[in-house]
Design a protein around this ligand. Structure first.
Ligand code: NAI
Ligand code: MG
Length: 488
């Protein structure tokens, strides 16, 4: 049974107040475990985005409290917010499991990772330094790193709270003000974050939350003439639209974190059992709803059959069901649309001749559950080897040589993440240098931490999140040149 929680906030958050949408409209947020409505949420669109941008502009005014605040105090506010998230960790994790369907244990991990990310960026507030540049003895030149201003942030449903924090961390550390749109499937934890930001003491207008749909509220953010930067995480298709909207409106800065079809390559010197475990978690974590999921498992021909056996057993052992049950490994997919998409791709795999080793069908008939699915005998031209499935489907491909696997691993428009499992350091480094991906994980997977940059090559995105690089997306550099006239 799902835990019962009180849903405290269902309205838009603008200028430190919860308010209804201008249109008065609402939309339902649904529990993916049973398809039932959890709450009716105020549905923002362009008129509400305009109001939020006005509030964010006021908060960014040259003489505002936020702009005049000592950066050290800004860091203290971020730590206070992290304290409140820690205080309410169980409540936030419960909201997340209810709204998203991820297991409660992984929701707790997400909130813990969020706290670590907030504290990492809190530490940056008073360390964002420019430089002094030599331009000769008759001048002094220095740079200032200034906040880009009002930023728009559009996030997906797969890690609702963590994605909010990845966006808020660098935006707040640099002193920007923001308007964030959570995914329509998962608005609850973002609205709660808004309440905590107010409690922490952020001035009115610094953070604003507009729940609503992509083509309305999301597009209004991407097109807004007075938003200076937009950060987006989601599909490659919408990434293109966000960039086009920026081009058509005001050339706002754009950072995009899009999908992937990330290769995980396992050489024949690997411990097969250990490798199968890493590969299993790489694809099945968060029900496969992970932008950096290891969704192409390349296994050396010498260990292929043994690997498939192990992978099959791990998938069969995976317990699917109520995400609040501590014995559950896998909850539902996010919604009917994603269930249909995943099942459609599984069926294409069967039709194109891949061999189902485990799963291959929907689990049960209520909620949006899919059986953990393992395909062997997958070849590069199959849809399941090319398209982002975003579900619990492992595709195992066979390879023989380093050159061959590098070429095949890179033969994709994506380039978010990758992994390699081998005891041979030369092989690991050769792969790490040749693979076209923003992250390479050697003898591990998903090694994402707040201090390490994360983002994509090619159509997996533009820019980087996390780490010092993540700050740059929110900064303008100003060069100040001073003429020094010689005194007599
Ligand atoms: P999506 O890209 O449509 O949605 C992500 C966010 O963008 C949501 O907040 C949505 O409301 C917003 N959005 C949608 N259309 C928009 C528009 N025209 N302008 C501005 N914002 C807009 O992704 P969706 O439909 O939820 O999933 C489709 C596929 O995208 C998935 O099957 C998966 O392959 C991929 N995806 C990748 C994610 C990642 O982490 N990189 C996260 C979610 C989905
Ligand atoms: Mg969509």
């Amino acid at each position: 049974m799902a835990k019962q929680v009180q849903i405290k906030y269902t309205q838009l958050f603008i200028d430190n107040e919860f308010v209804d949408a201008v249109s008065g409209r609402k939309f339902s947020t649904v529990n993916p475990s049973n398809g039932k409505v959890i709450a009716e949420i105020a549905e923002g669109d362009k008129a509400d985005v305009d109001k939020a941008v006005e509030a964010a502009k006021r908060a960014f005014n040259r003489n505002s409290k936020w702009r005049k605040m000592n950066p050290y105090i800004r860091g203290q506010l971020m730590h206070k917010f992290a304290d409140l998230v820690t205080r309410d960790l169980e409540y936030i994790a419960t909201l997340e499991t209810l709204d998203n369907g991820k297991t409660y244990a992984s929701a707790v991990e997400d909130v813990q990772a969020s706290v670590a990310t907030l504290r990492y960026y809190a530490g940056w507030c008073d360390k964002i330094q420019g430089s002094t540049i030599p331009t000769g003895d008759t001048s002094v030149t220095f740079t200032r790193k200034e906040p880009v201003g009002v930023v728009g942030q559009i996030i997906p449903w797969n890690y609702p709270f963590l994605m909010l924090v990845w966006k808020w961390g660098p935006a707040l550390a640099t002193g920007c003000t923001l308007v964030l749109k959570p995914a329509e499937q998962t608005p609850l934890s973002a609205l709660y974050a808004a309440a905590l930001a107010k409690e922490a003491g952020f001035p009115a207008g610094v953070v604003n939350i507009i729940p609503g749909y992509g083509p309305t509220a999301g597009a209004a953010i991407a097109e807004h003439p007075e938003i200076n930067k937009v950060a987006f995480t989601g599909s490659t298709e919408v990434g293109h639209a966000v960039m086009a909207a920026s081009a058509k409106s005001n050339l706002k800065r754009v950072s995009l974190e899009l999908g992937g079809k990330s290769p995980l390559v396992i050489f024949d010197d690997a411990d097969v059992k250990e490798a199968a475990g890493i590969a299993h978690n790489a694809i099945f974590g968060n029900h496969g709803q992970n932008c950096c999921a290891g969704s192409r498992t390349f296994v050396h021909s010498k260990i292929y059959d043994e690997f498939v056996k192990q992978a099959k057993q791990l998938a069969l052992n995976r317990k699917v069901g109520d995400p609040f049950d501590s014995k559950t490994d896998q909850g539902p997919q996010i919604d009917q649309e994603m269930l249909d998409k995943v099942i459609g791709l599984i069926n294409s795999g069967k039709q194109q001749g891949a061999v189902v080793q485990a799963g291959g069908i929907r689990h049960g008939d209520t909620g949006y559950f899919v059986q953990p699915t393992v395909f062997s005998n997958v070849t590069d031209e199959m849809k399941i080897a090319k398209e982002e499935i975003f579900g619990p489907v492992q595709a195992i491909l066979k390879f023989d040589t380093m050159d061959e696997v590098i070429e095949r691993a890179n033969r994709t428009n994506y380039g978010l993440a990758s992994g390699v499992i081998t005891k041979n350091i030369n092989k690991a480094l050769e792969f790490a240098q040749a693979v076209e991906a923003g992250s390479v994980w050697v003898n591990c997977y998903d090694a994402v931490t707040p201090q390490t940059p994360f983002g994509g090559f090619k159509q997996s995105g533009i820019g980087r999140e996390l780490g010092e690089e993540g700050l740059n997306e929110y900064l303008e550099i100003k060069t100040v040149s001073i003429n020094v006239t010689k005194s007599n």
